[in-house]
Each structure stands twice: as C-alpha cells, then as structure tokens.
Design a protein around this ligand. Sequence first.
Ligand SMILES: CCC/C=C/C(=O)SCCNC(=O)CCNC(=O)[C@H](O)C(C)(C)COP(=O)([O-])OP(=O)([O-])OC[C@H]1O[C@@H](n2cnc3c(N)ncnc32)[C@H](O)[C@@H]1OP(=O)([O-])[O-]
Ligand SMILES: NC(=O)C1=CN([C@@H]2O[C@H](COP(=O)(O)OP(=O)(O)OC[C@H]3O[C@@H](n4cnc5c(N)ncnc54)[C@H](OP(=O)(O)O)[C@@H]3O)[C@@H](O)[C@H]2O)C=CC1
Length: 261
Amino acid sequence: MIFRDGLFQGSVIAITGAGTGIGRTTAIALASLGADVSLAGRHIGTLQETACKVEKLGRKALVVPTNIRNPEEVNHFAEATYQHYGKVDVLINNAGGQFIQNSLNLSPNGWKAVVDLNLNGTFYCCQAFGRMMCQQGHGNIINMSAVVFETGSPGMAHSAAARAAVVNLTKTLALELAPSGVRVNCISPGPIASEGFIHELPSSQYDETIQRIPLGRMGTLDEAASVIVFLASEASSFMNGEVVIVDGGTRLRGAMSFLTD
Ligand SMILES: CCC/C=C/C(=O)SCCNC(=O)CCNC(=O)[C@H](O)C(C)(C)COP(=O)([O-])OP(=O)([O-])OC[C@H]1O[C@@H](n2cnc3c(N)ncnc32)[C@H](O)[C@@H]1OP(=O)([O-])[O-]
Ligand SMILES: NC(=O)C1=CN([C@@H]2O[C@H](COP(=O)(O)OP(=O)(O)OC[C@H]3O[C@@H](n4cnc5c(N)ncnc54)[C@H](OP(=O)(O)O)[C@@H]3O)[C@@H](O)[C@H]2O)C=CC1
C-alpha cells in the first residue's frame, strides 16, 4: 500500500461483501492503515476469516451477517455498527454480483434477485447509514458499479441496468446529502481477477476477455481496493457524485459480451 501509516487511525468503516474478493482486500487494507471495521455479507464464516485478519493487525472488527436484499437486516447492520462504535465515518457498498444469462431467458425472479442485490440493496444501505451520517454531521459513502454500466453487456442485462442505476443514485444522493457533510461517490471496476469473477466467467471466454483489456491483463484485488481506499480518504475530499472507472481501458473497446452462444 502506498498510503501513509495511520491514515485511518480513529476511523470506523462499514463494508458489505467483506468476506471475499475486493471487499475483503479493502477491509484488510483499511485496517492496516488504522481503521476499525464493521463487516457485512450473508456468510458468517468468510466474514469471520476477514475479521481474524483485521484483528491480527491490531484493529477491531464487528461481524454482522446481513443479506442486503432485506431492508430490515440492513437496518440492523447500521444500528449494530452505531451501537458498537458510536459512529461510522465511511460506508463501502461493495456487495453485488449477478449470473450470466441471455435477457430473453431471465426469469422474473432472476431479474429481481440481481436488481434487488445491486440496486435496492445498495439503496437500503445508503439510506440506513446515510440517515445516521447526516445526524452525526459527516460521512462518506462509496458505491460499487461495474464497467458494464456505460456500455451495456450481453448476458448481464439485469446487472448492467442496475449498475447504471447505481451511478445515477450516487449523483442524486451526492446532491441530497452534501449539505449534511456527507459525500457519495462510486467506483466502476472490471475486469478484476477476484475468485467470484473468475468463477462466473465461462472458461471458454477467459482468453478473449484478457485480449479485450487494453492493458492485457485483469486488474488485481489490490488495484481495485486502492481506489476505494483513496475515495475513503481525505485525499478525495472535494470529490462528490463522481464515478471512478478502474478497468485498464476496457470500456474504450465497447461492450463486453458474456454470452457463450
Ligand atoms: C466486467 C465485470 C462485470 C462484473 C463482474 C462481477 O460482478 S464479479 C462478482 C461475481 N460475484 C457474484 O456474482 C456473487 C454474487 N452473486 C449471487 O449471489 C447470485 O448471482 C445472485 C445475485 C443471483 C443471488 O443468488 P441467490 O442464489 O441468492 O438467488 P435466489 O436463490 O434468490 O434466486 C433468485 C433467482 O435467480 C436465479 N438464479 C440464481 N443463480 C442463477 C444462475 N447461475 N443461473 C440462472 N439463474 C440463476 C434463481 O434460479 C432464481 O430464479 P427462479 O428460479 O426463482 O426463477
Ligand atoms: N471482479 C470484477 O471484475 C468486478 C466486480 N464488481 C463488483 O465488485 C463487488 C465485489 O466483487 P468481487 O470481489 O469481484 O466478487 P465476490 O463474488 O467475491 O464478491 C461479492 C460479495 O458480495 C457479497 N454478497 C452477495 N450477495 C449479497 C447479499 N445479498 N447480501 C450481502 N452480501 C452479498 C458476497 O458475500 P456473501 O456471498 O457471503 O453474501 C461477496 O462477499 C461486487 O459488487 C461485484 O459485482 C464490479 C465490476 C467488476
């Protein structure tokens, strides 16, 4: 990490999807810079593994198993975090994902599950933590979009639509919350070599995906996490309602298709 030691000393940071991939790497990076963290996701086991790593760095970790598709569980995540730490400085809405399927074959429930996760879940978290941040008079929210938000993406209609909506939500919230001292930004990565993405990508598409990335390789978990760390820090204090794209230039080559036939 190129950030200065102790950068987040005294900060409390809540992260969703913190048990794996980009979320876990970000939580550990922030803890290594002094932050105490509150970790959400559906699976307690992976969250506890992240918590163990955070605690080994001498920082505190609260584990709150949460399905962000459920607004009551999200409210509990926010309340438990505030009760435990007394404040939250930064919320990182990292949890998200999708499955690859042709639009015409998506079931209503499949569409709804992905929109619920990426858009509605992100909104529930922004609302629950945003209310508390506005009350405390400061805060910083970082949402997760994906490179497909701009281009569309065959095989990912549900996710691409939801990610575009997250970008727009970020801009509205940035305007609504700024007077209360809360800024809201968004990161739009891809493709990043997380286990989740490699698992989702059909193996027949691996080489083609790499060839489409101008830098000739996928991004690393650290490369995604370091942009989130930048947005979480005061180095980005005049950024509000912004989308930071971290894709090695991939979008410049147009839409990525994830369909195999
Ligand atoms: C360029 C890079 C772009 C981005 C990369 C990344 O994001 S990398 C990150 C990669 N990481 C991730 O993506 C991780 C997060 N992703 C997930 O957890 C899942 O993809 C999820 C969002 C669908 C939730 O799943 P869940 O099990 O909790 O869902 P549920 O039980 O509530 O079911 C709801 C409906 O969805 C249907 N359905 C579900 N799976 C499939 C499938 N494979 N096939 C077809 N359909 C599927 C299921 O059948 C049901 O419909 P039905 O039968 O009732 O009509
Ligand atoms: N890797 C890439 O190329 C890209 C990734 N992204 C996005 O970055 C984020 C992190 O992805 P990445 O690390 O790659 O992949 P992962 O699959 O490792 O991360 C997804 C995380 O979201 C959590 N999650 C999924 N559903 C829910 C839910 N309903 N409630 C709470 N948590 C949930 C998962 O935890 P659990 O299963 O325990 O709930 C998991 O920790 C995601 O939003 C992803 O879509 C965006 C663009 C590109």
